[in-house]
Design a binder for this molecule. Structure first.
Ligand code: SAH
Ligand code: MG
Length: 951
């Protein structure tokens, strides 16, 4: 029956059961299965086939992503489970954090662990390190059975953790581990022998013959040899990175082969990095620092920094996140859990460059979307259902792992509880290893106030902290905004941090002032001393980057290829558009689906395919694609295509996409090159607001708002009208289709893109005399201004009617109030119509809107709060909120106000879909105003223009 091992003792001390530790680490990925087994007693009389019937016992199988274990047999199910968990903890070498052994205990445990690693039992444990122990049995001569200490340290987490306990400094000086392990080995001097150079250890006496036999049997008996392709990264940046072939064989130890390729005698001279890239990969760097031999006369605990010789290999150091000296080899090879055979795979130059760009946040995102030339890390996390690719939180985890930082810590604050009721703050630490799921609230958060918002304002704020491996706080961010959903708070916070980190990586030689000012803008606090300590190598790489590109491929010129003759504003050239216009255009907030192909083209017309995607979906307006692509798309309608040239992105991006980098490199060095994109706009899905406005109301809500405004214009016989926040001019456009008394129309907005569309449309409509509808109006002048409606401009004063439809909710509440004051105290239109969504109506919209099916049903059930209708909305008010706001304004500025709306009915709950306030000025003549201009005239038209263009 099972006995308690040292891991169980350790776990006991920590007050966490083995199962709890496993659950902390693996959550639902750990599955326990308990079998009943019958106790059988050893048969004492071999001649008689008598089996006594025994008690019923239990044995537990624990399946984890990395391994599975089987417990011994126990009389209680519970014990079997704990024993299985305990065994897994032991095998995984999980360091039980809460357990703080004294230094003496740590030494004892270290000695025990070492004894276990060298035991015959360990050889068949399935631990990756056991593969090395088996392989070194095949080494020839005096190296037979010798295992490099660095290998033990790298592949056994438990050993390393114990060393860190004994001396925390080894975290930054891995070579210190060697001297600690040697000292521990001394205590086992009867059974372990150090080699004369003290870099390897071996058993004093060989394993028993039956053990050796079974080791041989468990591997394939065929003598196999195989070649793998690896990458050589020379330490001198003047030398090219290239592929090399390693000839491995089942009759030798692969680290000896790598040692030879690095020009040293044997495996113990080779340093192995931790894995690079995905957590599950076996890609590592191998290098051999020329190091002074450890001085035996030194006290073992005096871990001294061993003098390393050879020059710093900047490129390799950047990869490994540790200092690498001398030439390095990047290879994907190693022993994995529960496999007797050596895992190995080829690495290509493309893999090398993909690993390289995977170190930066935008690179992680691009790779997650398989769209290196098109995707960009978006600037905003709008809704979960619109985001594609890895989520910000996931990217931040990846980033921290890649850079050897501790896992990021997320904290949720529930602001609705208020800090007054909880002087210690309501900040609760989320279990950082578990994804935060909408549906299943973590118990901690549930305790923090039910996690439910009152539905009006967001309650969740998220704080992110990033620590170094040594637990120094590097960076901290607390969102100023509160979100209605935890996920949104977490993802947005992670994204902010990523955007800032990305800035550091994408701009080489960024000044610390710029970093600081950007951090300030985003609300990020970073501790530059620790930050620079951790990212020192990254900045070194920046310094070398230019010389790297120049020397390696002679490509420097191409990175800075300057404006072509026909270069368009956004950096693209030779634009060709084709296909039938369908009239369906993408706009901000739309989900857009494109198909594209990106090629490398030389001036001489040579072309090489780099990347293509049949369907690539993203949200417009949040920077989810490179800016020029979004620019082109606003000019296309569904079904149309565009082909155009663009400047080359940085070299590493090109080579990360290229299938065949030698060809690509030769093309790149053959002359001026550029990218050629061919893009087809396949689909456009309107944002929630537009979709629901179209689907639920007839005529559509937007049309109803226009009609509402029209009615007031006609009733008031207004001569002049101003549309505050006119957008792309939908109201002005529609007005021209009706006969009105209007002679002067003006639109103001801050979106130049929208204004450009408005200008295009108004221009063609006002100038076409043939249009009978247009000719029926009396418009004499029209102006479009670019400027904020919260700022005073005398040209916006004194209109008969002002409209501001579905605009205020796009501003922060403070700004909306500012606008209210400016418009009623200074612009003083005789009538002002303001519309904004009625938040209470969302319950209807979101129950009936067809897109609800796409969404996670848990999300809806969990929260009474409804989404805003459009991701750009900063608030959506209830009727009471809007009424308070408008009533207060009208009183203060001597206006009257009436409430109404469109969509639905005012006297039926929950009121109109769009609520409207109509303000009427009480004074006949408003006070005169001073001249002041801040708006920019974007487009202007007067009646004369029409006759001119008619000629
Ligand atoms: N009134 C239009 C557009 C509504 S969308 C319609 O009903 O179709 C909201 C518009 O408000 C956007 O075009 C946005 O650019 C504009 N906007 C937001 N804040 C603004 C500000 N401070 N000044 C001017 N326009 C603003
Ligand atoms: Mg709106």
């Amino acid at each position: 029956m099972g006995t308690l091992s040292s891991a169980a003792v350790a776990a006991k001390k920590s007050s966490l059961t083995p199962k709890a530790i496993i659950s902390q680490k693996f959550g639902s990925k750990a599955s326990y299965k308990v079998d009943e087994v019958e106790e059988s007693f050893p048969n004492e009389c071999p001649g008689l086939a008598i089996r006594q019937k025994g008690r019923c016992l239990y044995r537990c199988h624990l399946q984890l992503p990395e391994l599975s274990v089987v417990s011994g047999t126990f009389t209680r199910k519970k014990d079997a489970e704990q024993a299985a968990a305990e065994k897994a903890i032991e095998m995984l070498g999980i360091h039980v954090k809460e357990n703080n052994p004294t230094e003496e205990e740590a030494w004892d445990e270290l000695v025990d662990r070492l004894a276990y690693l060298f035991s015959s039992e360990f050889l068949s444990s399935g631990h990756p390190l056991s593969g090395h122990f088996r392989a070194v049995l095949k080494r020839k001569g005096h190296l037979n059975g010798c295992i490099p200490i660095s290998v033990m340290a790298m592949y056994d987490a438990k050993l390393t953790n114990l060393c860190k306990h004994i001396n925390p400094e080894v975290e930054s000086n891995p070579l210190g581990i060697t001297s600690i392990i040697l000292s521990a080995a001394e205590k086992l001097s009867g059974s372990l022998l150090p080699l004369e150079d003290h870099l390897s250890l071996k058993r004093q006496s060989p394993h028993p013959p039956d053990v050796l036999q079974s080791v041989e049997n468990c591997e394939s008996t065929l003598l196999e040899s195989f070649e793998i392709q690896a990458i050589r990264i020379p330490s001198s940046v003047n030398e090219t990175i290239e592929t090399l072939v390693l000839n491995l064989s089942s009759a030798s130890y692969y680290l000896d082969v790598i040692a030879e390729a690095l020009g040293v005698t044997e495996a113990s001279r080779v340093q192995v990095s931790r894995t690079i890239g995905k957590a599950s990969s076996e890609i590592r760097l191998y290098f051999c620092p020329k190091q002074q031999l450890l001085d035996q006369s030194l006290e073992p605990l005096e871990v001294h920094r061993v003098q390393l010789q050879g020059s710093l290999n900047v490129r390799a150091s950047y990869f490994a996140g540790q200092e690498v000296y001398g030439d390095a080899i990047l290879a994907s090879v190693g022993y994995v859990w529960k496999s007797a055979n050596l895992f190995h795979e080829d690495l290509s130059m493309r893999t090398y460059y993909r690993l390289l760009i995977n170190k930066i946040p935008s690179g992680v995102y691009k790779l997650s979307r398989e769209a290196i030339f098109v995707a960009e890390l978006p600037m905003a996390f709008t809704t979960r259902s619109n985001w594609r690719g890895f989520f910000p939180r996931e990217i931040l985890y990846t980033f921290c792992r890649q850079h050897r930082l501790a896992e990021p810590v997320f904290c949720i604050r529930n602001s609705s509880l208020g800090t007054s009721t909880d002087p210690h703050g309501t900040c609760k630490k989320l279990k950082v290893t578990e994804p935060i799921e909408e549906g299943k609230k973590s118990p901690v958060l549930a305790a923090a106030g039910g996690g439910e918002s009152d539905g009006l304002t967001g309650d969740f704020q998220c704080e992110v902290k990033i620590f170094s491996k040594c637990q120094d706080l590097i960076l901290q961010f607390l969102s100023t905004k509160a979100y209605k959903k935890q996920t949104d708070a977490v993802q947005n916070a992670a994204l902010k941090v990523l955007l800032w980190l990305n800035l550091f990586f994408s701009e080489s030689n960024i000044s610390s002032e710029k970093l600081s000012s950007n951090a300030k803008e985003l609300g990020i606090q970073f501790y530059s001393e620790y930050f620079l300590k951790e990212f020192n190598i990254c900045s070194l790489v920046h310094d070398f980057w230019m010389s790297f590109a120049t020397v390696e491929d002679g490509l420097l010129d191409h990175k800075h290829m300057k404006a072509n003759d026909d270069m368009l504003e956004n950096g693209v050239f030779s634009l060709n558009m084709g296909g039938q216009a369908s009239g369906v255009n993408p706009s901000s907030g739309s989900l857009v689906c494109i198909g594209y192909t990106s090629c490398l083209v030389t001036e001489g017309g040579m072309k090489e395919h780099l990347e293509s995607n049949e369907e690539f979906e993203f949200e417009m307006g949040i920077g989810a694609v490179v800016p020029y692509i979004e620019g082109i798309l606003t000019q296309l309608s569904v079904g149309q295509s565009a082909c155009f040239g663009a400047e080359l992105p940085p070299l590493e991006f090109i080579l990360a996409a290229a299938d065949d980098s030698p060809t690509t490199i030769s093309l790149l060095s053959s002359g001026k090159c550029s990218l050629e994109h061919t893009i087809t706009l396949l689909r456009v899905t309107e944002p929630l607001e537009d979709r629901m406005e179209q689907a639920l109301f007839s005529p559509p809500l937007s049309k109803q708002r226009v009609e509402y405004a029209l009615q007031h214009i006609q009733e008031s016989h207004a001569l002049s009208m101003i549309d505050f926040g006119c957008g792309s001019g939908s109201l002005l456009d529609s007005l021209l289709d009706y006969p009105t008394s209007l002679e002067k129309i003006v639109g103001v907005d801050i979106s130049q893109k929208s204004l450009a569309r408005a200008a295009k449309m108004l221009h063609s409509k006002l100038n076409s005399k043939l249009d009978y509808k247009v000719s029926s109006n009396r418009i004499k002048s029209a102006v479009l201004y670019d400027g904020s409606i919260t700022n005073f401009d005398s040209r916006l004063c004194g209109f008969d009617i002002g409209t501001c439809l579905e605009v205020i909710e796009h501003m922060e509440e403070q700004e909306a109030s500012l606008f209210g004051d400016v418009v009623l105290s200074s612009f003083c239109p005789r009538i002002l119509i303001i519309s904004t969504p009625n938040y209470e109506y969302n319950v209807i919209l979101q129950k009936s809107a067809p897109q609800n099916q796409e969404e996670d049903p848990d999300e809806k059930n969990q929260s009474q709060a409804y989404k805003f209708r459009n991701h750009d909305h900063k608030f959506e008010w209830t009727r009471a909120q809007f009424c308070d706001w408008a009533t207060d304004l009208s009183r203060r500025h001597n206006y009257s106000v009436e409430f109404s709306g469109v969509g639905g009915a005012g006297d039926v709950e929950p009121g109109f879909a769009s609520q409207i306030a109509v303000f009427r000025r009480k004074e006949e003549n408003p006070k005169s105003v001073e001249m002041a201009h801040h708006c920019k005239v974007i487009w202007e038209w007067s009646e004369g223009d029409r006759s001119k263009s008619a000629l």
